[in-house]
Design a protein around this ligand. Structure first.
Ligand code: ADP
Ligand code: MG
Length: 484
């Protein structure tokens, strides 16, 4: 869905392309054998290669290439059997080499496609231009000392995948859905942990605007290193609005790199945009081209688990779930596997999906808990749903039982027993209660004869007298007979 910006002179459309940086899960860094782990003491994970001592030589970590190829395959992308590492030259304090080893015109992964899931249950395809492998930079730390900055090179040389989209994205919502989908995919296949709070995933957001109907692309700006989905969306809205305002006042957009300031809710110039030639890219003379064969690619293919889109299709076809429920359930690998465990223990899979998506996810969200710390075991939730299916308890009582399970982690059958919540399905018992209600309320009985809708009042009375345990279908049926 294209989001339109209403200007004073007409309607505008935004055009967005994302560059997503995803840190590769690997034991060691891309070109050295220091650990690529997170959370070490500053400068603990630094070798002579990472700190660019003269004469040190890089060696490509095969595992990083493998992870990039696996990710490429999961994005339905073309895998290039020959790729070349190039030097991207620039100066920065946290880049001791004076260049980043990256890939330019011969990346390991070429064109692919990602299907994004939108709020309204529809999907859209976003093209991937390429995925290339590169080194991450170190970190400059400015908040530890009033006059000094510090450099931590632990991150220097960690393997990164840069996934570049085509300018196919048309709204902040689509951009969020696209980023989230990439995150889901890399987490499914364990090529990146996707943890944004640690900087494992971040995005550069390219935005331009054009008048609705215009076929040409406008001049874009790029907001660098955005580290949350909410900020990605905010940056897009702020930047697109700024551009429309300039254009409507007869101005032009400068192609530049901008900084998104979430606190102020604005973007501002960082530097004018450098073009590829400013980086003096050239093939790194210390490294041979990376050449991979079919066997390697097939091994990568075989190592992939069921991917989210395939899983979603299966949930829809096998279990009859809606596209929306399917998308919500597969968005996180652990949620999907929890749901599958619940579904395997019950007859009505749609009911299982409802319980997991509404009740369970709702309760987890409220308690600010992750599925890993869920107090209700999948098997126990399946047992609870089975109790509804075999009429032991009503759906309404089940919600009460669930709240208890969530608090105490007790088995549903134990709670039902302890609290005496079993549904009353004994015709005689229900009839007895109905008769009492009828005798106690002669006025209402007279009224219901004229207005049959009042039967609802009687149902309420019977349910109240049984603490909600009478089987509602039976109550309705018996009342209808008796009040005829
Ligand atoms: P650079 O290295 O200059 O950042 P890249 O090719 O790595 O260039 O990435 C460019 C990104 O900008 C891509 O995601 C692309 O889809 C996007 N893009 C290109 N042109 C436009 C445009 N006119 N409007 C919005 N996004 C664009
Ligand atoms: Mg860029």
């Amino acid at each position: 869905m294209t989001a339109i910006i209403k200007g004073t002179t007409g309607d505008w459309e935004m055009v967005i392309g994302l560059e997503v940086h995803a840190q590769i899960i690997s034991q060691s860094k891309l070109m050295s054998c220091s650990p690529a782990s997170f959370g070490a003491q500053p400068n603990e994970n630094v070798s002579f290669v990472d700190s660019a001592f003269p004469g040190m030589l890089p060696v490509v970590n095969k595992e990083c290439v493998r992870q990039a190829v696996r990710t490429g395959l999961a994005l339905g992308a073309k895998i290039n059997k020959k790729s070349v590492f190039a030097r991207k030259n620039y100066f920065y304090a946290d880049l001791p080499q004076g260049y980043q080893i990256s890939q330019a015109d011969q990346p390991t992964v070429g064109e692919g496609v990602v299907t994004i899931d939108l709020q309204d249950g529809t999907t859209k395809e976003i093209g991937i231009e390429r995925l290339h492998i590169e080194q991450d930079a170190g970190k400059s730390i400015h908040d530890q000392h009033p006059e000094k900055s510090f450099i931590d090179l632990n991150r220097s040389g960690v393997g990164l995948m840069e996934i570049v989209s085509n300018p196919d994205i048309r709204s902040a919502e689509e951009a969020g859905a696209y980023f989230t989908k990439i995150q889901t995919i890399v987490q499914y296949i364990d090529s990146c942990d996707g943890i944004m709070a640690r900087g494992s995933m971040r995005a550069d957001v390219n935005v331009s605007v054009r008048r609705v109907g215009d076929k040409n692309l406008g001049t874009r700006t790029e907001c660098k290193n955005i580290n949350s989905v909410r900020f990605i969306k905010q940056a897009i809205m702020v930047e697109a609005t700024r551009q429309v305002e300039i254009l409507e006042n007869g101005g032009v957009i400068d192609q530049e790199t901008r900084l998104f300031d979430a606190e102020k809710g604005e973007t501002r110039t960082m530097r004018s945009k450098e073009d590829a030639h400013d980086y003096r890219y050239f093939p790194d003379p210390d490294l041979l081209p990376v050449v991979i064969d079919d066997e390697f690619i097939n091994e990568c293919k075989d190592s992939l688990p069921e991917l989210p889109d395939t899983k979603k299709e299966r949930f829809i076809n096998e279990f009859g779930l809606s596209s929306y429920d399917g998308a919500v359930l597969v968005a996180n690998k652990k949620n999907a596997s929890y749901f599958e465990k619940v579904a395997s223990g019950v007859k009505n899979k749609k009911l299982a999906a409802n319980w997991v998506v509404s009740e369970l996810f709702g309760a987890l969200k409220k308690a600010e808990l992750d599925i890993n710390d869920c107090p209700v075991k999948a098997q126990d939730l399946a047992e609870l749903i089975s109790l509804i299916e075999d009429n032991t308890i009503s759906g309404k009582i089940a919600k009460e039982v669930f709240a208890d399970m969530f608090k105490t982690s007790k088995k549903p059958a134990v709670i039902v027993e302890e609290k005496g919540l079993k549904q009353i399905t004994d015709t005689g018992a229900i009839e007895g209660i109905i008769d009492t209600v009828i005798t106690e309320n002669p006025n209402q009985v007279a009224k219901v004869k004229e207005n049959p809708k009042l039967i609802g009042w009687f149902v309420g009375q019977v349910m109240q007298k049984t603490a909600g345990k009478a089987n509602p279908a039976m109550v309705n049926k018996l009342l209808a007979q008796k009040l005829k």
